[in-house]
Design a protein around this ligand. Structure first.
Ligand SMILES: Cc1cc2nc3c(=O)[nH]c(=O)nc-3n(C[C@H](O)[C@H](O)[C@H](O)COP(=O)(O)O)c2cc1C
Length: 426
């Protein structure tokens, strides 16, 4: 079942003529003939949940936007900075009008007269495509009700967080704001603001075309529709795949992405980008949807699966996670600024043989103090996967610490190879 990626490689799909020849902008015409609250009702009936990370229902968020004639803003989050996530790039690059149509429909539904696509700076070539497509749509008279601007971000993970994004869009340093107030009430320039991810907004034309109730029949009861999953890491066919939510995770990792190389096996996987707590091979039979991932102690997040095979020591995964979030922490709040650095230093000590197994307990305790105590969830985004690595792989980490200490203290030769995980410790 393909909606967002339907014939996505058709030549010329990024032009308005080909897009229209396929029925594109027909849902917008239909939506503009409806009352705004009727459009919101359709989106609500679809059950569409945000595809950017938090999985909040779009219809509910749109209904929070106050009615009235004040300046209201719609912001499309195209920052796409979560490691392992590369779906929005393909959506924008290959089918920009699908997104523009979704924005135009959502703007009508909420009465937003100004809209921005905040796109990460590294996607410069995609921003050029969008600029051209917005100009085409405007010239065709499709954006008379909303002024749409493509804005290039300067490049920081935190600018994907919705309130930091708003500060960045206002020309300030991208730091998160304290919530509440939420953007729906006080967002860009203190005005009511609807913020949604590229994939969420690209889905809106399909919701209007099919009707909310019909769309809701796809997927599961609480995770409706289709989802683009970015699969990367140790798989034979990495890439973006559109799936119906609720199919077995194994079908994505092995069936679509080909699984790990011959003779290797999945040691762990991140089901929702690097911020998601890791799962293990035994979780591959779970349905891939918001609730199943949450029940297993993780999250669907941005829908990006990163597969790590049994050649990789868990401590390296922990180091990679801690390094990224330490680098990207904006420094505004203490638990994140100090907690990410401290964790990285601790993981490095473990790897150098300067830690004891007791430090695992201390490290897990520090993660507990980060989770839920930060200004935004960037700190949690490091602490959750680190805590999950300890939960699932404590024995391997312990063995790693002991072996590194033995090497350091000369009990075994310092030249002895850094141990690889064995069956017993995996
Ligand atoms: C540190 C951090 C980075 C984020 N990066 C992105 C991002 O790159 N793209 C995105 O759509 N959402 C990102 N989010 C989630 C947004 O804050 C927000 O929930 C999302 O844009 C809402 O859109 P949705 O409801 O359509 O998912 C990030 C959140 C955090 C805490």
């Amino acid at each position: 079942m393909k909606l967002l990626f339907d014939r996505v490689d058709e030549p010329g799909l990024n032009t308005i003529d080909v897009y229209r020849a396929r029925g594109g902008y027909e849902p917008l015409r239909r939506a503009l003939a409806m009352r705004p609250d009727e459009v919101v009702a359709q989106i609500d009936a679809s059950g569409l949940r945000g595809r950017g990370g938090a999985g909040f229902q779009m219809g509910k968020k749109a209904a929070f936007i106050p009615k009235g004639d004040m300046d209201k803003f719609l912001v499309c989050n195209a920052d796409e900075s979560e490691p392992g996530t590369f779906k929005d790039r393909e959506l924008m690059q290959k089918n920009p009008h699908q997104l523009i149509e979704g924005i135009a429909i959502a703007a009508h539904a909420t009465g937003c007269n100004r809209a921005f696509i905040y796109i990460r700076g590294e996607y410069d070539y995609v921003a050029d495509i969008l600029d051209g497509s917005v100009a085409e749509a405007r010239a065709a008279g499709l954006l008379n009700h909303v002024d749409l601007v493509v804005h290039r971000g300067a490049g920081a993970y935190i600018c994907g967080e919705e309130t930091a994004l708003l500060d960045s869009l206002e020309g300030k340093r991208g730091n998160p704001r304290l919530k509440p107030p939420f953007p729906a009430n006080q967002g860009l320039y203190q005005g009511p603001t609807l913020i949604n991810n590229v994939e969420t907004l690209s889905t809106v034309p399909h919701v209007i075309r099919m009707g909310g109730a019909e769309y809701a029949k796809l997927g599961t009861e609480t995770s409706t529709g289709t989802k683009i999953v970015s699969v990367s890491g140790h798989v034979r066919r990495p890439g973006n795949y559109e799936i119906e939510l609720g199919i077995p995770s194994r079908e994505i990792v092995y069936g679509l992405a080909g699984g790990p190389a011959e003779g290797r096996r999945v040691k762990l996987w991140f089901p929702g980008g690097s911020s998601a707590p890791v799962l293990t091979e035994e979780h591959l039979d779970l349905p891939y949807d918001f609730d199943s991932m949450a029940k297993a102690g993780s999250m669907l997040g941005s829908g990006s699966i990163i597969v790590i095979d049994d050649t990789v020591p868990v401590i390296d995964v922990a180091k990679w996670v801690a390094k990224f979030y330490t680098h990207e922490s904006c420094g505004k709040c203490t638990p994140c600024r100090e907690g990410t650095r401290w964790t990285l230093a601790m993981v490095e000590r473990m790897d150098r043989g300067e830690a004891t197994p007791m430090d695992i307990e201390i490290m897990a305790g520090v993660q507990d103090q980060i989770i839920g105590h930060c200004l935004c969830v960037l700190g949690d985004s490091m602490a959750m996967p680190i805590a999950s690595l300890v939960k699932h792989f404590r024995e391997e980490i312990e063995a790693h610490i002991e072996a590194a200490r033995a090497r350091r203290e000369g009990i075994v030769s310092p030249d002895s190879p850094r141990e690889q995980p064995t069956e017993a410790t995996v």
